[in-house]
Design a protein around this ligand. Structure first.
Ligand SMILES: Cc1ncc(COP(=O)(O)O)c(C=O)c1O
Length: 457
């Protein structure tokens, strides 16, 4: 028994996964009925399961393995760091060189946004939690302690902690854990395919930004701490805002003295075709949440970065000034060493440009899917793309999550060695940023084949 526990033997892991593991984001009964694929190997843009079957990874795991799998540069950086210092914390009177080097690199990369300080964490949910807490602390330090409320967007996903969940607008993520935090409100996101007002993207941007202003004014700007949003909404449906949305939101936040938090957990480090998603819209947030692409998932890491305006609030003696927030693994040396090597690759290989080029080709090819009756919409930017499935194109009624049709499409792609992800009624594409056009062709052909064999009933 004890030798087979670690052997990775296919039968052993499949049986014991079913016996002992609860998987995130699924009813355990469903994962018992449809056991997960157990991934045991990876290289470049490919992953391999315990039975030796290889797949093209069209999701970069969870939108995070941006530089691809099994990169020797990152593995060597982790090993080098292991030889020096595997772990030491960064609380109070301690620090370690890789976390300092990475803070410096992030400050340089985020110089155009005016970012000045970094506080590390263990992942994206943590980075969001840090942003929400620091924004409340900021207002207390500047003498406006009543500014505590948060605004965000419907369909937003900001992770799974109670703060992030409370500003997440996707109800399915929250229901089982409600009540969420008081004082968190959502406005409509600029969702061109589904909205009550207009088919004009720019007009929709104006409408949603005006809604934010109206709602903050209704609550009283003196009670609102921050607005948080993803530069491009990811898990909530790959909703790309119009070009005017973020600039207008920045204006609203400035006028009503509300902080702007960009949750760049997915969009950070190149995925949308620019190094950061907010840069895509020419906007400088006050706080940014980073994770995922920061080190392509080789070791868990998150970071919350703040601009000079926020930092200045700490420039005084105040009993409220200590930052009573942080994680045992904040600034983990292995995670930071991996990030430094990862960011070198992102810069040297100009992966944002590749995301833009290959993403442009990808969306062109995905548009060919319009010939299939249940494809309602195809959208995306860079290597963040989605196909939305509907029962009927006229009514746009969504095909329900976990519908056998969606499961059949996913299975057909997997059978064709193409790993895709279905999220509610969308097929999400978020491949490694080193993807090439030939990989796009393979993925699109597999989806076409799946759509021509599956039938919605
Ligand atoms: C925009 C956004 N924020 C936060 C998170 C949470 O990150 P993590 O799963 O690393 O906690 C995610 C995860 O997908 C995300 O997409």
């Amino acid at each position: 028994m004890s030798s087979s526990i670690r052997s990775g033997d296919a039968n052993f892991v499949i049986e014991n996964n079913a016996r002992h593991v609860w998987h995130p984001m699924i009813d355990p009964k469903m994962s018992a009925e449809n056991p997960p694929v157990i991934v045991s190997g990876s290289d470049g843009v490919h992953i391999t399961d315990v039975n030796g079957k290889e797949y093209l990874d069209c999701t970069a795991s969870l939108w995070n393995v941006n530089v691809g799998h099994n990169r020797p540069e990152i593995k060597n950086a982790i090993i080098d760091q292991l030889d020096k210092l595997a772990y030491y914390n960064t609380f109070g009177n301690a620090s370690n060189p890789p976390s300092i080097a990475l803070s410096t690199m992030l400050a340089e990369m985020l110089e155009p946004e005016g970012m000045a300080r970094v506080i590390f964490s263990s992942g994206g949910s943590d980075a969001v939690e840090g942003a929400l807490k620091l924004s409340r602390q900021y207002w207390k330090l500047v003498g406006k302690p009543e500014k505590t409320k948060f605004y965000s967007l419907k369909n937003a996903y900001h992770g799974v902690h109670f703060g992030g969940l409370s500003v997440s607008g996707g109800i399915p993520w929250r229901r089982a854990f409600e009540p969420v935090l008081p004082g968190c409100f959502q406005i409509d996101s600029p969702y061109l395919y589904r909205n009550d007002w207009t088919e004009d993207h720019e007009e929709l941007g104006e409408i949603c930004a005006a809604m934010l202003a109206r709602e903050i004014e209704h609550q009283g700007p003196d009670t609102v701490a921050a607005f948080i949003a993803e530069p491009v909404q990811g898990a909530g449906g790959m909703i790309v805002p119009p070009a005017n949305f973020w600039p207008r939101i920045r204006e609203v936040c400035d006028r009503l003295d509300v902080l702007l938090i960009a949750d760049e957990v997915v969009t950070g480090f190149g995925r949308t075709g620019t190094m950061f998603g907010s840069r895509h819209w020419g906007v400088k947030p006050d706080i940014m949440c980073l994770a995922k692409g920061i080190n392509s998932g080789y070791v868990p890491l998150g970071a919350t970065v703040v601009n000079q305006r926020i930092v200045k609030a700490w420039d005084k003696d105040d009993p409220m000034a200590p930052i009573m927030h942080g994680y045992t693994y904040s600034g983990h040396p292995l995670a930071c060493a991996a990030a430094l090597a990862n960011l070198d690759i992102v810069i040297e290989e100009n992966l944002p440009a590749n995301a833009s080029d290959v993403g442009g080709y990808f969306i062109e090819r995905l548009n060919e899917l319009a010939q299939y009756p249940n494809v309602g919409d195809v959208r995306g930017v860079g290597l963040m793309l989605a196909v939305e499935f509907v029962k009927d194109r006229q009514t746009k009624e969504p095909i329900p999550a976990f519908d056998p049709y969606l499961m059949a499409i996913q299975s057909a792609c997997m059978e064709a060695n193409v790993w895709v992800r279905i999220q509610a009624n969308k097929m999400i594409f978020s491949p490694p940023l080193v993807f090439e056009n030939s990989h796009v062709d393979q993925a699109v052909e597999a989806v076409k084949h799946a759509l021509s064999t599956a039938e919605y009933v």
